[in-house]
Write a protein that binds this ligand. Structure first.
Ligand code: AMP
Length: 400
């Protein structure tokens, strides 16, 4: 089963093309967009539909209006920005279904574009409600999913809608995500190294377990390393430990050893007497973490160890910071790893909100092969799950 993409449709002329995008952009208190990466990311798909003389319908969610109309979450700023980027009028409908949308669509000509108001103003969106999905589907001839970041959610505009449309395909952003996923996890150049960090083991243990079937080396930093270190018998003071996962962590570690997968954990760390940017700090080995202190970053010896471990890698997949990088005192480990990954000779794929932020803050994003646009969706792919939004496109692809 394989997904079909928008460029495989020969005739878009005059077709109503519904494009599900992720315009969940960050806004400041005056509702100005502070980062329009998500809008720019889908321009190739929108342009493909416009250049083919389709009638383009853009649909997205923004924030969490919880099924109610709340203008704080209006897509008006996104419509305005899209209009500027396309240098073309983008009409914003007052709703995403109903008579006003029908009237707008009836008047649209090939090459026109309309943006529907926030899908999540309707409770049916997050409930994957078939009636709501059908109402959305009735507006179009062709459905395009270019919202990778929400494809792990079985929501009406992502999943159920595909049952009511004649043609369902993916856009170019989705194509990029799928291509890099294929190159990193399905068919990687080896050695394949995974780097995992972030706060907790919970939420990532399935990732670790799945990666043990794929990678040659696994590197674990961040808060999650301390549950593993505890499992190996270290006394980690007040560092973040999820007691209920200590056994699970030990099993995963042993499994890696049985399979001959190299498993790297920190050998030293930056410890602090409080969780605070002005806390007193020092570097200690993991054997010597003081009882009342907590480890909030990897130390310099660990940076060297981890950097050397990725030196011969041909593919690197990374999710999660190595420390509390939001605070300067605990950011060096993460930034040093950004630099090591960026300067490696490998195909490098980074995913997850925080890692993306760290790469941008370090100014190294241009040297990373691909930064995934999906946090949760990227993690679920690493877990080995089939995303609901992708599964339905694969099913539809066979009927193409
Ligand atoms: P996650 O969402 O699971 O990827 O976690 C990201 C968060 O993990 C960031 O906000 C970091 O501040 C936090 N983090 C990283 N290392 C540590 C650590 N050693 N202790 C506590 N929090 C950490």
């Amino acid at each position: 089963m394989s997904i079909r993409y928008i460029d495989e449709i020969r005739d878009l002329q005059g077709k109503k093309i519904f494009i599900r995008v992720d315009f969940n952009v960050p806004l400041d208190e005056n509702l100005n967009i502070t980062d329009d990466t998500r809008i720019r990311a889908v321009l190739p798909t929108i342009n493909q539909a416009l250049d083919g003389n389709g009638i383009v319908i853009i649909a997205s969610h923004l924030g969490r209006p919880k099924g109610e109309r709340n203008m704080k979450y209006s897509l008006a700023p996104a419509a305005k920005r899209l209009s500027r980027l396309l240098d073309k009028d983008v009409l914003l409908a007052l709703d995403c279904i109903g008579s006003e949308v029908d009237e707008i669509l009836a008047k649209m000509k090939p090459g026109d574009i309309v943006m529907l108001e926030n899908l999540r103003f309707h409770p049916g969106e997050e409930k994957n409600d078939p009636d709501f999905a059908e109402a959305l589907a009735e507006q179009c001839d062709i459905y395009v999913n270019d919202a990778f970041a929400v494809s792990h959610r079985a929501h009406a505009s992502v999943e159920a809608i595909t049952r009511f449309v004649p043609v369902a395909v993916a856009g170019f952003l989705m194509k990029k995500e799928m291509n890099y996923f294929e190159k990193s996890m399905k068919n990687p150049m080896r050695p394949l190294v995974a780097i995992l960090g972030g706060a907790k083991v919970s939420g990532k243990i399935e990732v670790v377990e799945n990666l043990l079937n794929k990678v040659d080396k696994i590197i674990i930093g961040g808060g999650m390393a301390f549950t593993f270190l505890k499992a190996l018998g270290y006394n980690v003071g007040k560092s973040l430990v999820e007691e209920h996962l200590v056994d699970t962590a030990r099993i995963a570690y042993n499994k890696a050893r049985e399979k001959g997968i190299k498993f790297y954990l920190p050998v030293d760390c930056v410890v602090a007497d409080q969780f605070n940017p002005t806390a007193e700090t020092k570097v200690t080995t993991v054997q010597e973490i003081p009882q009342d202190w907590m480890a909030l970053d990897i130390g310099p010896a660990t940076v060297t160890l981890f950097s050397e471990a990725i030196q011969n890698a041909k593919t690197i997949v990374w999710n999660g910071p190595m420390g509390v990088f939001e605070m300067d005192a605990f950011s060096r480990g993460t930034f040093a790893m950004v630099s090591a990954v960026a300067n490696s000779y490998a195909l490098t794929i980074v995913g997850g909100g925080d890692t993306d932020v760290a790469v941008h803050r370090a100014g190294e994003y241009a040297k990373i092969s691909y930064i995934s646009t999906g946090g949760g969706a990227f993690l679920e792919l690493l877990e080995g799950k089939v995303l609901p939004g992708i599964k339905v496109l694969e099913e539809k692809g066979t009927q193409f």
